[in-house]
Ligand binder design. Structure first.
Ligand code: NAD
Length: 392
């Protein structure tokens, strides 16, 4: 939080030149339902650290958590600085008519458009934490058993309702055949032979979301090789794996956000990379391989919010890494120090005195070639000095 000093040149040698992080003011934090507590509290920590006041708008879909946040925040935080507003789309739209100093939104791409439109009116800066289809490319030599475990955990954690869950797998037919028995084994070791009975297998958040997923599965022309069962009353969908998926399949038209994993077959690494690059930049991109050259190639030739090799979701647990999307998966980032930066204005400050007037007069008219060359020399920052400049 301390001012970070930057390099000076001869013309500014006697001045204090620094970046000061200032609070933005009042920020609006709008959360989604899939991690309803964390998606409100984690940005709030950054907002408080940077000295802001905040209005919190938890998701109305996860009602119990919404109620808890509304009850506990006024109990533990200053009511002058922090407030919770409950409600859905209509309440949020009304809230958005007010002028905020920053809007931090987590949710879907479609609602993000409404948020941006509302922000335009007041020229409010926004952070958009969105979703999309996160690919997992599995290629070359690798430990299939460990890969299956990590993939299954990342995909079926919270019943697949994670913005960074691998949405689909890209691999060769040979890899798929080797992987499938290990996926079955991993599922059984995590959730037992009847996942419906497992206390560790989540449920789908609402009937509407359950219907959407069951419809997607019905419309899919792929072959269900694992799972496929669903129970409306308990909003259960079994961990499901679907193969023989074409690009045009229903499962490939939108973010799945549920416990259904399509596996698409590719013939080469190039084909996999091209497939991912033909689509919107995802929030996370995963590459599984024992061959470091494969991982490097995928990292270099693709773009995504975050990248993780040989695991899923793991990268977002490290506070040192910025978490956020790029392109259609969002703008801006947070977590750890990055949250503090998001909620801070970086004010470039120069505290000048009256010294070195001989150098300063060089910029005044009448302009001459000789003054210009002296100025060039005097205003060049010494390379060494940049080391003291915070790049964040
Ligand atoms: P949601 O329905 O809970 O909506 C998010 C918020 O927007 C809620 O607070 C809701 O009240 C509000 N809202 C809904 N409609 C609105 C409207 N028309 N105008 C203004 N506000 C409105 O959540 P969701 O959108 O279904 O969330 C799921 C999406 O969020 C997925 O795409 C997922 O990938 C993404 N997500 C992203 C992250 C991330 O960190 N990048 C985290 C979690 C979820």
């Amino acid at each position: 939080m301390q001012d970070s000093y930057v390099a000076t040149n001869l013309a500014t040698k006697l001045d204090d030149c620094f970046v000061r992080r200032e609070p933005l003011g009042v920020v609006l934090i709008i959360g989604a339902w899939n991690y309803p507590l964390q998606l409100i509290l984690s940005p709030l920590i950054g907002a408080i650290a940077a000295g802001n006041c905040a209005i919190l708008k938890p998701s109305e879909i996860s009602q119990a958590t919404e109620k808890l946040i509304a009850e506990l925040i006024p109990k533990y935080l200053s009511q002058e600085c922090y407030a919770v507003i409950c409600g859905g789309a209509e309440e949020t739209k009304t809230l958005l008519e007010n002028k905020f100093d920053h809007i931090f939104y987590t949710g879907s791409q479609s609602v993000a458009r409404c948020i941006l439109q509302a922000a335009v009116v007041h020229l409010t800066p926004v952070t958009l934490e969105l979703g999309g289809k996160c690919p997992c490319l599995i290629y070359g030599r690798l430990d299939m058993k460990a890969a299956a475990k990590r993939l299954v955990w990342a995909k079926f954690f919270n019943a697949g309702q994670s913005c960074v869950a691998p949405d689909y797998v890209l691999c060769t037919a040979e890899t798929r055949e080797m992987l499938l028995p290990f996926i079955k084994e991993a599922l059984e070791s995590f959730y037992g032979s009847e996942p419906q009975q497992s206390p560790d297998m989540g449920r789908i958040v609402t009937d509407r979301h359950w219907n959407r997923l069951v419809e997607l599965l019905k419309k899919s022309e792929g072959k269900v090789v694992i799972g496929g069962q669903s129970v409306k009353e308990t909003k259960y969908i079994a961990p499901t794996v679907v193969v023989d998926i074409k690009e045009s399949d229903a499962l490939m038209q939108e973010e799945i956000f549920g416990p259904i994993l399509p596996i698409l077959t590719i013939k080469s690494l190039d084909e996999g990379i091209n497939f991912m690059n033909e689509r919107e930049k995802p929030l996370a991109l995963y590459a599984f391989s024992d061959e470091s050259q494969v991982v490097k190639t995928v990292l270099e030739r693709t773009s995504s919010g975050g990248f993780c090799s040989n695991d899923g979701i793991a990268h977002m647990t490290l506070p040192g890494l910025p978490f956020g999307g790029v392109g259609a998966s969002g703008m801006g980032n947070y977590h750890g120090r990055w949250s503090f930066e998001t909620f801070s204005h970086k004010r470039g400050c120069m505290l000048r005195g009256w010294g070195l007037e001989r150098v300063n007069v060089l910029r005044y008219p009448p302009y001459t070639e000789s003054n210009l060359s002296w100025l060039r020399w005097a205003t060049t920052a010494k390379k060494k000095g940049w080391a003291s400049c915070s790049v964040m």
